[in-house]
Write a protein that binds this ligand. Structure first.
Ligand code: FAD
Length: 547
């Protein structure tokens, strides 16, 4: 069997090596147009910042090492230029000699990835992008010469680049057209990220696109001019579909190559994986573009199983589980966020909690904020976000695993998670999400979200601050009456009639306060996530902050 794989990095190389492990006899040819295969795309920003010191560490394999270990015929600087579906051949060009070659296939795997989007603005030709080792070399060389940089786009790659350029002493601005960086995170969860970036000297220009790139600066829609000797465009990627389109393969509505759950394109001898394809969303089942290494690698493995004749091999729907480090802060998400649920008009229950990553009495506990989104009818977990210090990765992975395994939100309260004081808490933050969800699902606890507070106040609700007078004095929700939790039973008679919205700092004392009041016959709800979430949300939404 002749198998050709176009694209020799995440999806393509996973397919090639898995296929070899399943089939010693197949002839496997990998065509890669860049100068490197199997390189560490996800590590590229950290080489630019000097965290990865040796460029060789980015290059995980070479054509020679892949030939030795896996018997692969890997051709770098060889671009596939056409697919003849009738003759079942691929034409490719050697980019150094200019020679053309035509190779026959029985099965063809397209893993060409995606290409950075370049907006059509004056001066864009000066902007660099980051996708492969060659791009990295260009940015690395340029970074040695400059004192200022503008990164257009505040997504995961933009934020990682900002950290690494600052590491090199370069004054760095992120320009982001949306009102926040990192779109998968909801606004109240992203506030600490904005704070961390600003604290470390990154200038944030949010809610304003770029209109022009000058010789050493960038002009924004707002009219502001930002210094930028180096300009990097990181506004997202577009699936590389040119070859597939030219071969008449079906392209989906989202612009990626259409594949079925066996990763077959509209031609049953041609498969496609990775950033180039549309994937099936795990929450809605709709087609989505999720350009992540984890799914590209998993698809590469699956497609090899399919080609090797495994009847059970199926592609799995995606959650888009992702994590990024921002100057020591960990920011992670899986599944849908609240913005997307609201936009889709889908009912949900949102839960915020804040916890230490391990027992508070053990030195070095770091705080994290967690958010869970739940289907109120089925109790299914729809998504989760985690922002904070150590332990964020562990919690988001437990939650992603729970979604994949069909574990309901209330069942999170029953998970037995490893505990010793230096690693966690006897009631892990993930268990806490389950407890809160159980209380909410059973109707024992009612709560409202930070963005629902103005409407509650409008209809006459009184806000009760159950924190201490010292905490209240440091900053409070306008109009809130301060009755500390420990005094609430005695002073409940002082509270005005009507609906009460109770809050504390993060939600736990507020829950106890609401329970006292409800058991006294009052109409009381807890402000989910407390004052801290309200501050983060209203601040992120551009409304006045009380601190
Ligand atoms: P790629 O890995 O991009 O490989 C496609 C290859 O195909 C390319 O090398 C390309 O040169 C080649 N090719 C294209 N057309 C042709 C052709 N006609 N002929 C021959 N070769 C061709 N994901 C995460 O999950 N976590 C992270 O932390 C993360 N960080 C990232 C950081 C950066 C800077 C970048 C750029 C990406 C990051 N990603 C991350 C995304 C991840 O790298 C991609 O999702 C993943 O590499 C996609 O795999 P792929 O095989 O589809 O495409």
């Amino acid at each position: 069997m002749n198998v050709i794989i176009i694209g020799g990095v995440a999806g393509g190389m996973s397919a090639a090596t898995r296929l070899r492990r399943r089939d010693e006899n197949a002839t496997i040819t990998v065509l890669e147009k860049s100068g490197h295969v199997s390189f560490a795309n996800c590590g590229l920003p950290y080489y630019i910042g000097g965290v990865i010191e040796d460029r060789k560490d980015l290059l995980l394999q070479t054509p020679e090492s892949l030939h030795r270990r896996f018997g692969l015929d890997v051709r770098v600087r060889t671009e596939a230029t056409a697919i003849d579906r009738e003759a079942k051949t691929v034409t490719a060009r050697d980019l150094d000699s200019g020679d053309e070659l035509t190779i026959p296939y029985d099965a063809l795997v397209l893993a060409p990835g995606a290409a950075p989007i370049r907006p059509d603005i004056p001066g864009i030709e000066r902007a660099l992008t980051l996708r492969d080792v060659e791009d990295t070399d260009r940015i690395f060389a340029a970074a040695k010469e400059v004192s200022s940089a503008v990164i257009i786009g505040g997504g995961f790659i933009g934020v990682e680049l900002a950290e690494n350029l600052v590491q090199r002493g370069i004054a760095t601005t992120i320009v982001e057209a949306a009102g926040q960086v990192m779109a998968p995170i909801d606004p109240e969860m992203v506030a600490p990220v904005h704070r961390r970036l600003a604290d470390r000297g990154v200038r944030l220009e949010l809610g304003s696109g770029v209109t022009k790139i000058g010789a050493d600066d960038v002009t924004l829609e707002s009219g502001a001019v930002v210094p930028g000797d180096l300009v990097i465009c990181a506004i997202g990627v577009r699936p590389s579909t040119a070859l597939a389109e030219a071969a008449g393969l079906e392209i989906g509505e989202r612009g990626g190559i259409a594949v079925d759950e066996r990763l077959r394109t509209s031609d049953s001898s041609i498969y496609a994986v990775g950033d180039a394809v549309e994937k099936r969303d795990a929450i809605s089942g709709e087609q989505v573009l999720v350009p992540l290494a984890n799914t590209a690698n998993l698809q590469g493995r699956t497609v090899a199983d399919v080609i090797a004749g495994d009847e059970d091999a199926r592609d799995r729907p995606v959650l888009a589980t992702a994590i990024v480090g921002v100057f020591g802060l960990r920011v992670a998400a899986t599944g849908w966020n609240e913005k997307r649920l609201r936009a889709a008009g889908r009912p949900y229950r949102a839960i915020h909690t804040r916890a230490a990553h391990h027992a508070g009495y053990y030195p070095g506990a770091e705080e994290m904020s967690l958010k869970l989104l739940v289907d109120p009818e089925t109790d299914a977990i729809l998504g989760a976000q985690a922002v904070g210090g150590d332990g964020v990765d562990k919690r988001i992975d437990v939650l992603a695993t729970a979604i994949t395994g069909g574990i309901s939100a209330s069942k999170l309260s029953t998970l037995e998670l490893a505990y010793a004081p230096q690693f966690g808490s006897a009631k892990d933050p993930v268990n806490m999400l389950g407890f809160i969800n159980e209380n909410r699902a059973s109707g024992m606890a009612k709560s409202i979200q930070w963005h629902e507070l103005p409407a509650a106040v409008e209809r006459g609700a009184t806000v009760i601050d159950a924190r201490s007078p010292e905490e209240h004095a440091r900053g409070a929700i306008p109009g809130a009456i301060n009755v500390p939790l420990d005094e609430l039973r005695e002073r409940a008679g002082e509270l005005p009639d009507g609906e009460l919205v109770v809050h504390c700092a993060v939600g736990q004392r507020g829950h106890s306060a609401a329970r006292i009041l409800v058991q006294q016959g009052r109409d009381a709800v807890n402000l989910d996530g407390g004052y801290e979430t309200w501050v983060a949300g209203t601040g992120a939404a551009g409304e006045p902050q009380a601190r």
